[in-house]
Every structure is written in structure tokens, then in C-alpha cells.
Design a protein around this ligand. Sequence first.
Ligand code: SAM
Ligand code: SF4
Ligand code: SF4
Length: 322
Amino acid sequence: MVTDTRNRPLRDLRISLTDRCNMRCRYCMPREHFDSHQFLAKKEILSYEELTTVVESLIPLGLTKVRLTGGEPLLRKDVCSFIKMLPPQLDLAMTTNGILLEKFAQDLADAGLNRVTVSLDALDVETFQTMGDTNEKPETVLRGIEAARKAGLSVKVNTVIRAGYNEHSVQRVAERFIGSDVVVRYIEFMDVGETNSWNDDEVITGEMMRKMLENIKPIKANHLGEVANRYIRGTQELGFIESVSKPFCGECNRARISADGSLYTCLFASKGNDLKTLIRMDASKEQISEAVRSIWSKRDDAYSLNRGTIDAEKVEMSFIGG
Ligand code: SAM
Ligand code: SF4
Ligand code: SF4
């Protein structure tokens, strides 16, 4: 086991499989910055063998959960073959925009994925296309969700709420999933990265969202380090990820690895820790484990708690993985 300077363990690794995406959400990869962006070349990206070595090296440190993300993880070739390579005792999850999910759901489940979180900001075509800056349709994502449920994956939906864009989604997305086992989680618009023109006035806080929903009651967290504040409304579970208004750094046990092999200890970090050089020097799992132990034991990150007092340039979320 390893703990950081705030006594937080390392439990959860988020792996960015690619920095590329088939959407251009205005709050994440605005087209004016990302259409001309230099994405990583294939040789810069960690192979599935290299990523598996990293994951196996982290297990002795206390790792219990891996989330595959990006960019859009389903754009990476043969993602199911990677899932099969990962230690089966881990809780294996993926965050996806759902555009390709209908095609892959059964194979993902067969490969050993346990859970999928699907991003869906609106059910009406106009808002969906405006927020995602895309020609895709919400119906495609809904078909992906259905396929994932049929394949036996446990499904959550992530809905980012941004003022002036999709406040109406608070009610509509909840209503769409009443009577199903899909948990809807609302996310406050965050000041992640440097390109999304974040502004305090565009944050709809969890508190404001809950006022838009009737008869909602808090319930206990499932486990330590859970990011969402859980509520129940009738038989439906709803979650609120209130990183701006109610920071949860105190229990943050998440590390992130970018597609090019840098380890980040905070979503709002400016710099990562290069593991790729070590891996490509044929380091043993023990050596990688020791390197991560040393990085994690010095970790002091608590960006959300100190928001407004730090002005270093932040890395983009599509690069390190959401
Ligand atoms: N492409 C995949 C997807 O959209 O699900 C995975 C990567 S994406 C970066 C992971 C999550 O981060 C998504 O649920 C997305 O909505 C969320 N996200 C991205 N930028 C955000 C922001 N500025 N504020 C809040 N959530 C954000
Ligand atoms: Fe792509 Fe996900 Fe970012 Fe949207 S939130 S641009 S789908 S990486
Ligand atoms: Fe964890 Fe950093 Fe987010 Fe705080 S700001 S919860 S330390 S990722």
C-alpha cells in the first residue's frame, strides 16, 4: 500500500487510451483549438503490453480499479484485446461518449469489462449537437446504452450541465431513465484545461440542480473516495459530481496515465511524471512500482480545494483522461 502526504491511498487508475475524439464538446475539445491540434503519433502511445505492465505494477501499491477513458477510448483499435490482458480481479470500467457503443457493447462485456459510464448531455438533437459540436444524434448514444445493458454491463450516464446550454437536461435526462437501473450523474462544468473558456457564471451547482428536481433525498456513499454525492428520487438513484461547489480532494485516490505514458496525480495538474522512458528501458514491474510509490508518496494535490489560488497552466482533460 502507498499513501500520499494527505494520507490518501492509490486505488483508481484512469488510463487515457487515446488523445483523439470523434466529438468536439465545447467544454472539453473546442474545435477552434483541437481541429488544428497535433495529436500523438502511434509510436508515442503506450502499447497494450506496456499499459498492462503499468497496471500490474500498481496492484502491490493498492490498485483495485481501472477506468479506460480518453479522448474517446472506443476509437483505439482492439480495445477488447487490452481488456482481456488486464488482471481480472480489478474492477474494470470505461467512460465513453457512446457513439460506437452499440457496436462494441457485447464484445466489451465478453472481454471482462464490468461497468460503463456513458456521457449524454441532452436528449434533444439541437442541444446535443450544440454541446458536442457534432452531427451525431442522441439516439445513437441511447442505442449504445441499451446494448450495454443487454450485454450485462452496469451503466451510468454522465450529464455535464452548463448554464445557458442544457439546464433542461437536469429533468429530462432523469425522466428518460426512470424505471431502469441506469444511474444518472450530473457533473458541474469544471475549469479543467485551458481551452474551454470556463467561467464561474456558467456553473450550475449541484445544489441548483437538486432544486430543479422534486422529492430528492440524500443517501450514503457506497465507498470511500466516491466522486458523486448520491440521492434517491422515488426508486431512481441520481448522483451529483460537485467538484466546483463541493470539492472532494480529501478522499481523492485517483491517478491518471496519459496515452503517451505520463502519470498525473491530479486532473488539474500542469505536469505529469514520465513513466514511458522507464518502461521503454525495460524496467521491471518492481522498478515501475517503486517509481510510482515515490511519486505518490510526495503527492499533495488538492486543486479543487484551492481553486482560485493556483494559476499554473493546466493539462487538457482529453489528454489525461476524464
Ligand atoms: N470521451 C469520453 C466521454 O466523453 O465520455 C471519455 C473522456 S471525457 C474527457 C470524460 C468525462 O469528462 C465526460 O463525461 C465529459 O462529459 C467530462 N468532461 C469533459 N470536460 C468537462 C468539463 N469541462 N467539465 C465537466 N466535465 C467534463
Ligand atoms: Fe470527446 Fe469526451 Fe471530450 Fe466530448 S468530453 S470532446 S466526447 S473526450
Ligand atoms: Fe483529485 Fe485533483 Fe480532483 Fe482534487 S482536484 S479531487 S486532487 S483530481
